[in-house]
Ligand binder design. Structure first.
Ligand SMILES: C[S@@+](CC[C@H](N)C(=O)[O-])C[C@H]1O[C@@H](n2cnc3c(N)ncnc32)[C@H](O)[C@@H]1O
Length: 271
């Protein structure tokens, strides 16, 4: 089952350490879309497939109440440990079952998560809980990225592509929905007021060690680790060594620039 890819406690704690929060650009896009359709004050936001709460936290200041749900108990445990916000609660539940009243939600988000859900059932649940003119935002980073370092960008990008190609061999078929920039998911949304932006990039600077940590949060790496633990650990160690060699650096604290492509789908329920 796809969802079992996120059940491990070690995976959840790796998530908490290395997953990135949505960029300011994503946050601004979501809020400007919402502001154009619904007036403040906002009552309720839901983050479905919230993991350890990396996206849930940016919602908290804007809503009276925020609910984060995830099918993995381990992820919810980490979210509860990491985030102590008075208006935010987390529950371990499948996406297709959100424990809120009909027409009560101003904004529903799913970050790097919607492709794992049973999309038909999930969209019915979304339609039940959104207020008229309430909005949904599904967004995700694509698995391909660029890594830049001084004048070594070409070799760095070549290596990260090799990493992606290698891990692709164990990729779950649901990840294809991300690689196609959520086109199928966008088409399945039954609202006419909807947009999809698949041409967006975000840049982050991070120590090489964090990039290596981030790679280990990917579901494909977790599958590799489960199937061939020794090979997977060796692969990640060798990858770090190869990056350091290209960079002619001795410390994995040396910072690199990571560029991600991402997709965002926004839609609003009719009046
Ligand atoms: C790639 S993670 C993203 C987590 C978080 N939103 C983030 O951006 O860091 C995908 C999450 O979806 C959850 N998930 C997968 N299938 C699910 C389902 N059917 N219902 C609810 N959560 C699900 C997983 O447990 C995992 O935490």
């Amino acid at each position: 089952m796809a969802t079992q890819l996120f059940e491990g406690k070690e995976h959840a704690s790796c998530y908490q350490k290395f997953r990135l929060s949505p960029s300011q650009e994503i946050q601004d896009m979501i809020f400007s879309y919402l502001h154009e359709r619904l007036n403040e004050p906002y009552e309720l936001a839901v983050d479905v497939g919230c993991g350890t709460g990396q996206s849930t936290k940016f919602l908290a200041p804007h809503f009276r109440k925020v609910l984060g749900t995830d099918i993995s108990e381990a992820q919810i445990e980490e979210a509860n440990k990491a985030l102590k916000l008075p208006n935010t609660t987390f529950r371990a539940l499948p996406a297709e079952q959100v424990p809120v009243e009909d027409a009560s939600v101003d904004l529903l988000i799913a970050c790097a998560a919607v492709h794992w859900f049973e999309i038909g059932k999930f969209l019915k649940e979304v339609d039940r809980i959104l207020k008229p003119r309430g909005c949904l935002a599904f967004f995700s980073y694509l698995p391909t990225m660029e890594v830049h370092y001084k004048d070594r960008s070409e070799q760095m990008c070549k290596l990260i592509k090799e990493v992606d190609d290698h891990m692709r061999k164990t990729e779950h078929e649901k990840v294809k929905l991300v690689r196609s920039s959520y086109k199928e998911i966008f088409d399945a949304i039954p609202y006419t007021d909807k947009i999809r932006r698949a041409d967006m990039f975000t840049k982050t600077t991070m120590p090489l060690a964090d990039l290596i940590g981030l790679i280990q949060t990917f579901s494909t790496f977790q599958t590799y680790l489960r199937n061939e633990p020794e090979k997977a650990k060796d692969f990640i160690k060798t990858t770090e060594e190869r990056f350091l060699e290209i960079m002619e650096a001795s410390s994995n604290k040396t910072e690199v620039e990571v560029m991600w492509k991402y997709v965002i789908v926004l839609a609003s329920k009719p009046k």
